[in-house]
Design a protein around this ligand. Structure first.
Ligand code: G6P
Ligand code: MG
Length: 218
C-alpha cells in the first residue's frame, strides 16, 4: 500500500479550542483598552503565543516593558488553561476520530503539526494521543507558521517526503506553511478565508472515504 504522511493542525482542526484562544485574547486585549473581534482573531489563528501578543500590542499602538510582556503572556495562558482543564472528548470536532481510524486502517502515518505549547496536554485530555505516530508542537520549533518548519519536522519524523504529505489546517498562516513545505494543503473552514488551500472543506463531515483513498493513491 502507498504511504503518505498525514499531518493535522490541532486548534480548530481536531478540537474546538479556537474559541478559547479567542476568549482569552479578547479578555487580555480589552483589559489594555484594545478592540478585539473575530476579524483580529482570524489573524492570530496558527500564530504563536509570542507573535500573537506582539500583534495585539501593535494593533493598539502599545509599547510595554519586557516584564509586562511576560506577565501578559502568562496571564493569557493561565486563562486559556482554565478552559482546557474542563475539556473532554465531546470537544473533538465532528468526524475527526472517523478519519483518524480510517487512516490507521490504511496504515498511513499520522503526525500532529501545531504551534501550541499546550498541544500534548490537550491531546491527552481528549484521549487522542494514541492516534499519533509523531507529535510536533510549539515546543519543537524555532520558527512559527507561516514558516514550514513545523510540517517539515513532522515529515521527517514520519519518514515521508514533504511532497507526499497532506496537511489539514484551519488557519491562513498554516495553509501558507503547508504550501511553502510543498505539501498538499487541505483547508478546514471557509473558502473566503482559506482560498489558498489546494482543497477546502467546511469540516471533516464533508470529507469522504473516497477522497481520503484518492489522496493515498495519487
Ligand atoms: C495555535 C492556535 C493559536 C495559538 C498558538 C499557540 O496555533 O491556533 O491561536 O496562539 O497555537 O498556542 P499556545 O497554546 O502555545 O498558546
Ligand atoms: Mg489551527
Amino acid at each position: 500500500m502507498n504511504k503518505k504522511g498525514f499531518i493535522f493542525d490541532l486548534d480548530g482542526v481536531i478540537v474546538d479550542t479556537a474559541k478559547y484562544h479567542f476568549l482569552a485574547w479578547k479578555k487580555l486585549a480589552n483589559s489594555l483598552g484594545i478592540d478585539f473581534t473575530e476579524v483580529e482573531n482570524e489573524q492570530l489563528k496558527g500564530v504563536s503565543r509570542v507573535r500573537s501578543l506582539e500583534k495585539i500590542l501593535s494593533w493598539g499602538h502599545k509599547t510595554i516593558s519586557e516584564d509586562k510582556f511576560m506577565e501578559l503572556m502568562s496571564a493569557k495562558n493561565t486563562d486559556y488553561l482554565s478552559y482546557i482543564s474542563k475539556m473532554d472528548e465531546d470537544e473533538i470536532l465532528p468526524d475527526v476520530p472517523k478519519i483518524l481510524n480510517l487512516l490507521k486502517d490504511k496504515e498511513q502515518p499520522i503526525s500532529l503539526g501545531s504551534a501550541s505549547k499546550n498541544a500534548r496536554t490537550i491531546l491527552e485530555r481528549v484521549n487522542l494521543k494514541k492516534h499519533f505516530d509523531a507529535i510536533v508542537d510549539g515546543n519543537d520549533v524555532s520558527k512559527a507558521k507561516p514558516d514550514p518548519e513545523v510540517f517539515l519536522i513532522a515529515a521527517k519524523l514520519l519518514n515521508v517526503k514533504p511532497e507526499h504529505c497532506i496537511v489539514f489546517e484551519d488557519s491562513v498562516a498554516g495553509v501558507e506553511a503547508a504550501n511553502a513545505a510543498n505539501m498538499v494543503s487541505i483547508g478546514i473552514g471557509s473558502e473566503d478565508v482559506l482560498g489558498h488551500a489546494k482543497y477546502i472543506f467546511k469540516d471533516f463531515t464533508e470529507i469522504s472515504n473516497e477522497f481520503i483513498n484518492s489522496l493515498i493513491e495519487n
